[in-house]
Design a protein around this ligand. Structure first.
Ligand SMILES: [Zn+2]
Length: 195
């Protein structure tokens, strides 16, 4: 392969956001207080596992120049539970979760857990993870059924490898003493805790 072709490939792999710097997540008006809290919990999963700096900040904050819009968008439901535009301006669009559930009704707890899982996955795309993981339990695994849902998602080695692949030079630093988080989705307050 010619040197020029290699340069072109390197440029094609150029990432959108610098994940070693703060990234502000700005929920739009479609996200209420509860959704914002779940978004914040999803951000905490990545921050605690890898040392990223995703922050939910509804208003522009001094010193944070990278921002990502987050909100519901009905159109996304046609093909996915969530979608992340990886070019600037970066945006996460989520299918309103109630549309994805059977008419028989899913519990509030279930809806929250599903939103948490989808948002946490989309935040991986924000962090320059473009391909999907092959392991079905990985955070960055594609699709899968939201109902009934397998709640055993976790950060798999494959997630770590994809994060490093998308962010050459980034050095992950877990904020957990044990080095890893546990993803607790089936809870009224879905979140990650250090394990
Ligand atoms: Zn995805």
């Amino acid at each position: 392969m010619s040197r020029l072709a290699l340069v072109a490939l390197a440029l094609a792999g150029c990432h959108t956001l610098d994940i070693s710097q703060p990234i502000a997540l700005r929920p739009d008006a479609s996200f209420g207080e509860e959704e914002r809290a779940i978004l914040s919990a999803g951000a905490g999963c990545w921050n605690d596992e890898f040392g990223t700096d995703l922050r939910v900040e509804p208003e522009p904050a001094a010193g944070v120049v990278q921002e990502v819009r987050v909100g519901y968008l009905d159109f996304v439901c046609a093909f996915a539970a969530g979608r992340t535009e990886n070019t600037l301006p970066v945006r996460i669009s989520i299918c309103p979760i109630r549309y994805m559930m059977p008419k028989s009704g899913a519990s509030e707890l279930y809806l929250r857990g599903a939103l948490f899982i989808v948002l946490t996955h989309e935040l991986g795309h924000v962090l320059n993870v473009l391909p999907h993981a092959e392991r079905p339990e990985a955070v960055m695994a594609a699709g899968g059924s939201l109902y009934p849902y397998d709640w055993s998602r976790r950060f798999h080695e494959e997630d770590r490898a994809l994060l490093l692949e998308g962010n050459p030079g980034f050095v992950p630093r877990s904020r957990c003493p044990g080095g890893h988080v546990e993803i607790i989705a089936a809870s009224s307050t879905p979140r990650c805790v250090c394990r």
